[in-house]
Design a protein around this ligand. Structure first.
Ligand code: AMP
Ligand code: ZN
Length: 135
């Protein structure tokens, strides 16, 4: 299929990749809700977790690793995980992905998760460098 996340996995489309294992890839979300917001996707194309064969187990280990990576490298105070399956749930890209969202004490709470304050210019690049620098 003509899928942007398949193209990111294959390298046909650029991304800020922060983690990879045999079955999954993680990269920074282009429109971050909070500093370091990342997506973990299975390498094979699966539209969502409730159609086809289950894809959650394929990304589980990577989600664990990415949550810890972001917490340590970015000194996050907490992490939210969010996964949407289906139009009604707000899914926009139909290739399974887990949002791994670092949270900081100055902007706490679930209500703030997807309604953050504006990110400063250049944040994506600076956060990417900060994650790489700890490698
Ligand atoms: P969802 O609403 O759960 O389907 O989330 C899709 C997410 O993919 C959104 O948070 C987008 O900002 C993100 N996204 C879309 N295109 C790209 C891209 N090329 N690179 C990184 N993240 C992307
Ligand atoms: Zn795909």
């Amino acid at each position: 299929p003509n899928c942007i996340f398949c193209k990111i996995v294959s390298g046909e489309l650029p991304s800020r990749r922060i983690y990879e294992d045999e079955r999954a890839v993680a990269f920074l979300d282009i429109a971050a809700w909070h500093r370091g917001h990342s997506l973990v996707v299975p390498k094979r194309h699966v539209p969502d977790i409730i159609t086809g064969s289950g894809s959650l187990s394929e990304i589980a280990a990577a989600v664990d690793a990415v949550a810890r990576l972001l917490k340590h490298r970015l000194a996050a105070d907490g992490i939210n995980l969010l996964l949407s399956a289906g139009d009604a749930a707000g899914q926009e890209v139909f290739h399974t992905h887990m949002h791994v969202v670092p949270r900081y004490a100055d902007e706490p709470g679930l209500r703030r998760l997807i309604n953050p304050g504006a990110a400063p210019d250049g944040e994506l690049e600076s956060v990417y460098r900060q994650i790489q620098a700890g490698a």
